[in-house]
Design a protein around this ligand. Structure first.
Ligand code: CIR
Length: 253
């Protein structure tokens, strides 16, 4: 599996955030957490890590997930909902283009990869403040070629769909209670964690292992009880910029 990541820029303390954090972002600490994350990806079995250099003109550039969606061997390059993030896609596009078939989208469509959750041959896409109907329509058109169907999910009260849920294997999602419309994942096995552990609902799983946000032991125990080996990753600095674990990579499975 290939994992595309991007280093933390010196300007990371200016990354977008819905609310100013109580303590400013510590860029060196963020870099250490990012390095631990990359080591965690290797532990998961991501054997080919492509680490793109940071660009200080793009404070959010380490959140590569938002720049592209990869499913069943093809990639859709996103058009991030935040205008300040649109230039981030070029470097990720170049990294993907030598590996998979790449498709693009044009305005007025907007889509953030953080709104896209792939489960088998279903791609759930959150309609959020960042992802609009045109973005979802473009994803539906592109991924239909590889037999992936798109299911829209309304996102309210969260930045992205995957701010409150993420896939655990091919048939299960982890989500925090009460954060999604009740029928959002009809027919899918759901592992529910408490709402106060919402940050742990964004995890990265592969094989039989999962990276889980540190500081949520009850949620980690639930995931371990479902048969997963856990490695905790400190995400404190990423969270100050509304980021989490999935945001930090684009995985090409
Ligand atoms: C933003 O507001 O766009 C970034 N500060 C955080 C993006 C987090 N990305 C993600 O959840 N996929």
């Amino acid at each position: 599996m290939i994992g595309i990541v991007r280093q933390v820029p010196s300007s990371f303390a200016s990354a977008l955030c819905a609310e100013l954090p109580a303590e400013p972002i510590d860029v060196e600490r963020a870099r250490a957490q990012h390095a631990d994350y990359v080591s965690g990806l290797r532990w998961l079995g991501v054997d080919d890590i492509v680490e793109l250099p940071a660009d200080d003109a793009m404070p959010d550039c380490c959140f590569v997930e938002d720049t592209a969606v990869v499913a069943h061997g093809i990639a859709l390059i996103a058009r991030p909902g935040a205008p300040s993030r649109r230039a981030e896609t070029a470097a990720v596009r170049a990294a993907l283009a030598s590996r998979v078939d790449v498709h693009d989208m044009a305005g007025p469509a907007t889509l953030d990869g953080g709104d896209c959750l792939l489960l088998g041959d279903r791609l759930y896409i959150g309609r959020s403040g960042r992802t609009n109907a045109d973005g979802i329509a473009r994803a539906r058109e592109v991924f239909a070629r590889v037999g992936v169907s798109v299911i829209e999910v309304a996102v309210t009260g969260a930045l992205h769909l995957k701010s409150v849920c993420s896939p655990l294997g091919d048939d299960t999602i982890v989500t925090a209670r009460g954060t999604l419309p009740p029928d959002a994942f009809a027919g899918v096995r759901v592992l529910e964690i408490t709402r106060s552990d919402c940050a742990a609902a964004n995890l990265v799983a592969h094989g039989s292992r999962a990276l889980v946000a540190a500081g949520h032991p009850a949620a980690a125990d639930q995931i371990a009880a479902a048969g997963w080996e856990i490695r905790a990753i400190d995400t404190s600095e990423m969270r100050k910029a509304d980021g989490a674990l999935t945001c930090l990579s684009v995985l090409v499975r």
